[in-house]
Design a protein around this ligand. Structure first.
Ligand code: ATP
Length: 281
């Protein structure tokens, strides 16, 4: 659906993006994970055509549309949500009825505040209004810059569900975050952005299947079916369903004293890359 090739961007002498490469398919959620200042917003400003890149190109499948807001759109503080939607979409829609606006305001849970002036909205509410507008316009490629920032846990959960729904409708979704657990929860693939490059791309298969746990047991005698290794005296097991595995181990006679989640592959890779220890592409 979208192919990003060798994007470079400098601000004066500062090279912020040094050659970004990745593609996003239909029905795919691609998360850009990077620490603060890694260049996520710069990349998104380029994707949404606010900035031009110095080099590189963005190829979008013919006839497909990309849309997203980096930070929030410029809402009018003295207007309510309906008036803002009409104002922001005026170049696309000549007329827009209240029912269609309500439909999307409802999905993001902001409808009950729709008559309030947007100047009185919290960050989370403004984010949800921005998402309502995106849903209303319904592009093929959605861009979400740090979308869960300022959302409470329920709003966050709803947002993650919404991403899944968009994916099921065949959309391509590009999301940025600096929160590792969210990348893991939302992504089909994660691209780790560091030092102006996507240093590594990991797929869900790679980072979800490899859930590892450290188990503390009375003896280190285990059944043959258990996938395990012993590192520094600790037994590390792999499991996709830890409750089931623990139950089976107990039935086998292993006495488990404690259990702890091992650092995930995604976490290990992110820490390694962010600490400057990652390989260059
Ligand atoms: N318009 C600009 N002029 C000069 N430097 C800029 C400009 N925009 C961004 N930068 C610099 O580029 C670097 C990357 O910034 P960017 O906002 O893209 O990072 P980010 O990954 O989105 O960070 P955060 O998660 O903190 O928003 C920073 O060092 C920033 O100071």
């Amino acid at each position: 659906m979208i192919d990003i090739k060798n994007i470079k961007k400098k601000f004066k002498e500062k090279e912020v993006l040094k050659g970004i490469n990745f593609d996003v398919k239909e029905e795919e959620k691609f998360v850009i994970l990077g620490e603060n200042g890694a260049g996520k917003s710069t990349l998104f400003y380029i994707l949404t055509k606010v900035y031009n890149p110095d080099e590189g190109e963005i190829k979008i499948k013919k006839g497909k549309k990309l849309l997203g807001f980096v930070e929030e759109p410029q809402f009018m503080k003295n207007m309510n949500a309906y008036e803002n939607i009409k104002y922001i979409t005026s170049s696309i829609y000549k007329k827009i009825n209240k029912e269609s606006m309500d439909k999307y305001l409802k999905i993001t849970g902001i409808q009950q505040h729709a008559k309030k002036k947007v100047g009185k909205y919290s960050t989370g509410m403004k984010k949800r209004l921005a998402v309502s507008i995106l849903l209303l316009i319904d592009p093929d490629i959605y861009i979400f810059d740090e979308p869960t920032e300022g959302l409470d846990p329920i709003e966050r959960k709803n947002f993650i569900k919404l991403m899944e729904d968009l994916k099921e409708r065949g959309k391509s979704i590009i999301i940025s975050t600096h929160v590792l657990s969210e990348a893991k929860e939302m992504a089909d693939r994660v691209g780790i952005l560091h030092d102006g490059k996507i240093k590594k791309i990991l797929s869900k298969d790679e980072f979800k299947k490899n859930d590892e746990y450290i188990i503390y047991t009375e003896t280190q005698k285990y059944p043959e079916w258990l996938e395990y290794k012993i590192e520094e005296g600790k037994t590390i097991i792999k499991s996709n369903n830890i409750i089931q595995t623990l139950k089976k181990l107990t039935q086998y006679g292993v006495r488990i004293k404690d259990i702890e989640k091992n650092t995930s592959i995604l976490e290990k890779t992110f820490i390694k890359i962010s600490s400057g220890d990652g390989k260059n592409d």
